[in-house]
Design a protein around this ligand. Structure first.
Ligand SMILES: [Zn+2]
Length: 483
C-alpha cells in the first residue's frame, strides 16, 4: 500500500503589515517530510510505503504571498500527478487557517487540486488544527477530517497518528463515505476555547462518546480562525460515518453535535485571570510569591503576531520603585540583535529597542548590559523534545540599574517550550515575573506559575472578538449579532 503524505501549516494573521514569503516556511521533502509529519512510525508498523509531497510549515504567520503558495501547492500537485497510478490513499495535514493573496484559503485550494488530480474516489484524510476554517465543499471532498481536541494542542501528535491509522484501515477496507459538515453561526477566539475548561471539556467528552459508536469513525468541532476576514470563518462540525450505510446516520449525529455546541454559545469565556493591562500589572506586582507570568495577548506569537510590541516593557519601566525582577521572553527586534551580536558578555550598549512600526511596537531608548548569547528555536512536535529548528539568534540583556532582563531576538516566536528558554540560556523560574507573547498560557508555564494573568493588550491579536472588523463572514454571527 502507498500513501501520499503532505503538510501545510500557515495561520494567516492579516493584521500584521507584512506578507509571508517562501523564506517564512520550514520545508522538507522525502523521508524528512514524513518524519516531520510524525507518521513515519505508523507507516513502518503497518508496512505502508509513503509517497511524500512536501512539509511546509510557517506556523503562525501572515497572509501568504502568491508565488510562495504556488510553489508549495505545485509540490502537492506534482506528487499526486506523478504517482497517480500507485496512490492508495492521501493523508494531509492542513492546518486550515491560511489566507493567500488573491486566492483565499490555501488549504482549501490544495485539497481541491489534489482531489481533481486523483479523482473522486481515492480516500483522502485530513488532520487539522481546530483553529482553522472549513466549508461544506471542502469537508465533503474528504472521507475523514478530524481536528485536534485539546487547546493548547497537546494531542496533535496523537491525532496525526490516529488519522493515519484510520486512513490505512479505510484503504484496506474501502467504503464509499464522505465527511459531513455543519456550519455554526458562531465565531470564537482561541483564548475562549481552552479545553481544560468548560464548555470545551464537555464538548470533547460528547465527541469522545460519539466516536465510541461503531457507526461513526470520527467527530470534530472546529473553533475556526478569526485573524483574517473571509467568508469561511466561524465554527464548524464534522462527522464521518464508518460505512456507506451509516452516511445518513452521520448526518443526524452532525446535527446533534451542532446543536450541542450551539446551546453552549453563552458559556465560552476566557480561561484564568484576565485583566486590562494596567490592572494585570498591578495584580502581578501585588501578588506575594512567584514565579508570576503575564501573557501579552495582543502580541500573541502563537497566533501570528510578530512578538515585537514593547508596550508591556514600557509599562514595567514606568513603575516607580519596582520590587520584582522581570524577564521579557522575548522582544523581536532584528536591528538591535545585529547591534548586540558582536558584543561580549558584560559589555554595555545603548539600544533603541523596538521595531517602531506603530504605537504598540514603539522603540524604547535603553542602556543595557549583555548577559548571554543564545539561539532562537521552535520545537518540532509538542513538549519537551530536543528536536528543534533554529530560527534565529537571541541576546539576553539587563536594563542597566534595574532588575529587568530582556531576551532580544531577530525573529518572531513564543516561549511555549522548555527548549526555547534553554537555548536562549535563561531559566524563567529565576525571575519573579516573566512576560510572554501568548494568549492563553501554555502548560509549561502554567504548571509552575504561582500566579498568571492574561493582559488584554492591544495589537494584532486583540482579544475583543465582538469588535473585530469582519465584512465577509456569514451573518448573523454570534457574538457579533445577538442570536
Ligand atoms: Zn490552534
Amino acid at each position: 500500500m502507498k500513501i501520499m503524505v503532505g503538510f501545510f501549516t500557515t495561520e494567516s494573521n492579516a493584521n500584521i503589515p507584512v506578507k509571508t514569503d517562501i523564506t517564512g516556511y520550514t520545508i522538507a521533502f522525502g523521508d524528512e517530510c514524513v518524519r516531520k509529519c510524525l507518521v513515519d512510525d505508523v507507516l513502518a508498523e503497518e508496512g505502508v510505503e509513503a509517497i511524500p509531497a512536501i512539509y511546509a510549515n510557517a506556523g503562525a504567520a501572515c497572509v501568504v504571498k502568491r508565488n510562495a503558495f504556488d510553489y508549495i501547492e505545485s509540490c502537492f500537485a506534482e506528487t499526486a500527478r506523478e504517482h497517480k497510478n500507485e496512490i492508495d490513499g492521501v493523508w494531509l495535514h492542513l492546518h486550515g487557517a491560511s489566507e493567500v493573496e488573491g486566492l483565499g484559503s490555501g488549504d482549501h485550494h490544495i485539497l481541491k487540486t489534489v482531489r481533481e488530480i486523483l479523482g473522486p474516489y481515492v480516500p483522502i484524510v485530513v488532520v487539522c488544527d481546530p483553529h482553522g476554517n472549513l466549508c461544506k465543499e471542502y469537508v465533503e471532498n474528504v472521507q475523514i477530517c478530524r481536528s485536534y481536541r485539546e487547546s493548547p494542542h497537546t494531542d496533535s501528535m496523537e491525532s496525526k497518528k490516529l488519522t493515519m491509522r484510520m486512513l490505512i484501515d479505510l484503504c484496506r477496507n474501502r467504503q464509499n463515505i464522505h465527511a459531513v459538515y455543519r456550519k455554526l453561526p458562531l465565531i470564537l477566539g482561541g483564548e475562549q476555547s481552552v479545553s481544560a475548561d468548560e464548555p470545551v471539556k464537555s464538548i470533547n467528552k460528547f465527541m469522545d462518546e460519539m466516536e465510541k459508536d461503531p457507526r461513526i469513525l470520527s467527530a470534530s468541532w472546529h473553533v475556526g480562525y478569526i485573524r483574517h476576514d473571509c467568508d469561511v470563518a466561524g465554527c464548524g462540525i464534522v462527522v464521518s460515518p464508518a460505512t456507506a450505510e451509516d452516511q445518513q446516520y452521520a448526518e443526524e449525529k452532525a446535527d446533534e453535535l451542532a446543536e450541542y455546541v450551539w446551546n453552549k454559545r453563552h458559556e465560552f469565556h476566557y480561561t484564568g485571570t484576565t485583566a486590562q493591562p494596567d490592572e494585570a500589572l498591578k495584580m502581578t506586582l501585588e501578588f506575594e510569591g512567584g514565579p508570576c507570568v503575564i501573557t501579552d495577548s495582543g502580541d500573541n506569537a502563537t497566533s501570528g503576531a510578530k512578538s515585537w510590541n514593547t508596550y508591556v516593557l514600557r509599562q514595567v519601566l514606568a513603575v516607580k520603585d519596582l520590587k520584582k525582577s522581570f524577564l521579557f521572553a522575548a522582544i523581536n527586534d532584528p536591528k538591535t540583535v545585529e547591534q548586540l551580536l558582536p558584543l561580549k558578555d558584560g559589555e554595555k550598549a545603548h539600544v533603541s529597542l523596538g521595531v517602531d512600526r506603530d504605537e504598540m511596537s514603539r522603540a524604547v531608548e535603553l542602556d543595557v548590559t549583555v548577559k548571554k548569547h543564545g539561539q532562537l528555536v521552535i520545537a518540532n512536535g509538542f513538549g519537551a523534545t530536543d528536536d528543534v529548528t533554529v530560527t534565529g539568534d537571541t541576546v539576553l540583556v539587563n536594563v542597566d540599574g534595574t532588575d529587568i532582563d530582556v531576551i532580544v531576538q531577530n525573529n518572531h516566536n513564543s516561549y511555549i517550550y522548555e527548549s526555547c528558554f534553554r537555548y536562549a540560556g535563561v531559566n524563567w523560574e529565576d525571575y519573579d515575573v516573566t512576560v510572554v507573547k501568548q494568549g492563553y498560557i501554555f502548560p509549561l508555564l502554567k504548571e509552575k506559575a504561582a500566579f498568571y494573568v492574561m493582559s488584554l493588550t492591544d495589537g494584532p491579536t486583540l482579544q475583543d472578538t465582538a469588535h473585530l472588523p469582519f465584512r465577509r463572514i456569514m451573518r448573523p454571527m454570534f457574538p457579533i449579532d445577538n442570536i
